[in-house]
Write a protein of this length. Structure first.
Length: 240
């Protein structure tokens, strides 16, 4: 799997969005019901919630804001080609986004992201609530649970939403924090064509990442496997 992702991609939010937007999914009638489900599994993995953040809470005064981009390997090139009017298929789907996280009392954090692809009138947003079961310390890792949701809107023939829950662990080492976790998400792919049924299914998820903090600057990278679909995310922002 080859990802053409670098830090420079973070500064091409709209140009990256236009690349994805140019491949409009508007011909799903060319697919069978089973093929539509497989396409939905790939897109559901691509738009799933990827926070690129460790488990330990930010604290009541803490903020984490910035930009991120996720590259998801597309496993069904032939389905994508037949489902788009352009007839082409990207090997990697890029999803850029703006994100923000806020610490609350009692080990609770909330977060959200937003992405807009202007040429295709597509919008993607997501939100999370995270609770630190154990906040961690010098010798002990942090342990937490998280609930997430995402919604992709603007596709002409169907919409996709996700609901997820996962448990994660992280450990800080001076400027570097490593983390990982596992969970499951429910994907709803609602189609508006009479010849198709909407799809509703679950996907397992595994993820691991690292976060580097340099004063107020925070950099992160996260590898994710949702179902059998691989994604890599990078982000840059401010944490204070």
């Amino acid at each position: 799997m080859k990802y053409k992702i670098g830090w420079v991609v973070l500064f091409f939010f709209y140009s990256t969005g236009l690349t994805l937007a140019s491949e409009k999914i508007d011909q799903i009638e060319n697919l069978s019901q089973d093929e539509f489900k497989r396409l939905s599994e790939n897109i559901g993995a691509a738009v799933s919630y990827k926070a690129v953040i460790p488990v330990e809470p930010l604290g009541i005064t803490g903020f984490d804001v910035g930009i991120a981009v996720t590259g998801t390997e597309f496993n069904e090139d032939d389905l994508w080609q037949r489902a788009t009017s352009s007839g082409s298929a990207p090997s990697t789907l890029y999803v850029p986004r703006l994100y923000a996280h806020k610490g609350l009392p009692f080990g609770i954090d909330i977060g959200a992201f937003y992405s807009e692809l202007p040429d295709a009138d597509l919008t993607l947003w997501g939100a999370e609530v995270r609770y630190a079961i154990w906040e961690g310390g010098v010798a002990a890792p942090a342990l937490g649970i998280r609930a997430t949701t995402t919604q992709l809107s603007g596709l002409s023939q169907f919409e996709i939403s996700t609901l997820g829950v996962d448990i994660g662990i992280s450990k800080g080492f001076t400027l570097l924090t490593v983390y990982g976790g596992a969970g499951v998400q429910r994907v709803e792919s609602e189609v508006n064509l009479s010849s198709f049924n909407s799809e509703d299914f679950f996907q397992k998820r595994l993820y691991a990442g690292l976060s580097i903090s340099l004063l107020l600057i925070n950099l992160g990278v996260e590898y994710d496997i949702t179902g059998d679909v691989n994604s890599l995310s990078v982000k840059a922002g401010l944490r204070f």
